[in-house]
Design a protein around this ligand. Structure first.
Ligand code: PRP
Length: 230
């Protein structure tokens, strides 16, 4: 069975029922979308329109296969999928955890691998051991809150930042940060390190709950073909 972020509730999704209904994909902009389209090509799903470099189009269509694609900011992808504006989304596990939307998470696509970690200067390690009240800066306040409050049972002050989070401990805004670590080079170059690992991350496919019931064959075939290819 599909894993779901929250208990099923009556959905607000609008579903068009027709023989030639399009399946709509919301893809997290950037490397993730490029990787996803590369993977889709391997299972015969293409979208020539998306390859036009200078195009200002927002929606790309494969008329023959009845697929539509659009690119969105990562954190918006689960929103589009929950409300049924997209049937399917591809986005990082970090975003899925942070947004906590009512969607089915159906497949780990294996790319975009990195880790969600508590990071900081070595001197902050002690602060994590003794449940001290510390300041935590993060682009992911919900993930940080869940980790410190529910898993570590440590009361902390969480400060939301929107980028370059590593600055937090450097300019003494926070004691530690909760952030994504991929190669570890940003931390290293700024005299910081991983203090605790929260969880591994990678790109995931998510599906609208109603779409899964309305289009089970097409969606299951897609998942099956992708699994065979991964
Ligand atoms: C992410 C993340 C780290 C960095 C980690 O930032 O927030 O800063 O990448 O990668 P590394 O371990 O390979 O060095 P991003 O590039 O998305 O920019 P941002 O900090 O402005 O959000």
């Amino acid at each position: 069975m599909w894993s779901c972020c929250l208990p099923i509730k009556k959905t607000e999704s609008v579903i068009i029922m027709s023989d030639d209904r399009y399946l709509t994909f919301a893809l997290g902009k950037g490397r993730l979308a490029n990787k996803t389209m590369e993977l889709f090509e391997k299972i015969g799903i293409t979208c020539e329109e998306m390859k036009e470099k200078d195009s200002r189009k927002l929606i790309f269509v494969n008329e023959e296969m009845k697929f539509k694609f659009f690119l969105a900011k990562g954190p918006d992808v689960p929103t589009y999928v929950e409300y049924g504006a997209a049937d399917i989304g591809v986005v990082g596990k970090d975003t899925i955890m942070e947004e906590n939307r009512r969607v089915y998470e159906v497949l780990d696509l294996g790319y975009g691998k990195c880790r969600m970690c508590v990071c900081g200067p070595e001197s902050a390690r002690e602060l994590l051991k003794h449940h001290e009240m510390i300041r935590v800066a993060s682009k992911y306040p919900n993930i940080a809150k869940d980790y410190f409050y529910n898993k570590k049972h440590q009361t902390v002050d969480i400060i939301k930042l929107n980028g370059s989070v590593e600055l937090g401990p450097i300019v003494k805004l926070s004691d530690v940060i909760v952030d994504i670590v991929e190669t570890g080079s940003t931390l290293k170059e700024n005299g910081l390190g991983v203090l605790e690992e929260i969880c591994p991350l990678s790109a995931r496919m998510i599906v609208n709950q109603v779409s899964m019931q309305m289009e089970p064959e097409r969606i299951k075939k897609l998942i099956h073909d992708l699994k065979a290819c991964l």
